[in-house]
Design a protein around this ligand. Structure first.
Ligand code: IDP
Ligand code: MG
Length: 147
């Protein structure tokens, strides 16, 4: 089953939105394979945002993502990567549709509260930055046939 990395970013943690954001994905029907709370260091942030290295927003982005603790999750489901991206809304919350997470909870691109892998290749690269293989749990929920 497809997996993706979701991060509840430092601003969302500070604003007390961890539960609300996780609830969106739980209620949608995705299965949680991994979940942890951590304070990212510069090295991890550099690995995560390596594709953006050299861009004007890279330094502020690393500062933002290391400014406080985050919640990291691996979610599992059919087409979970694309569906999570749709649920997150546009990168700039000012363009994110109402009803999307960024559309409902954020107002600025430099405080856009949530991360989700943008492709299967990104998910494969990003998940190991936060989770060891043994920290990801394979299981079947009896209810999954209803989802
Ligand atoms: P994504 O998070 O929607 O995939 P990316 O283009 O991959 O968006 O950018 C990574 C993150 O970098 C964004 O979520 C946002 O936090 C930050 N970012 C992107 N563009 C800008 C910008 O123009 N100014 C400030 N921060 C930006
Ligand atoms: Mg991205």
């Amino acid at each position: 089953m497809e997996r993706t990395l979701v991060l509840v970013k430092p601003d969302a943690v500070q604003r007390g939105l961890i539960g609300k954001i996780i609830t969106r994905f739980e209620e949608k029907g995705f299965q949680t394979a991994g979940l942890k709370f951590l304070w990212m260091d510069e090295k991890k942030a550099g690995r995560l945002y390596e594709p953006h290295f050299g861009k004007a927003f890279y330094e502020p982005l690393v500062n933002y993502m290391t400014s406080g603790p985050i919640t990291a999750m691996v979610l599992e489901g059919e087409k979970v990567i694309e569906q999570v991206r749709n649920m997150m809304g546009a990168t700039n919350p000012q363009n994110a549709s109402p009803g999307s997470i960024r559309g409902d909870f954020a107002t600025r691109i430099d405080h856009n509260i949530v991360h989700g892998s943008d492709s299967p290749e990104s998910a494969q690269r990003e998940i190991p930055i936060f989770f060891e293989k043994a920290e990801l749990v394979d299981y079947t929920k009896d209810i999954s046939k209803w989802i």
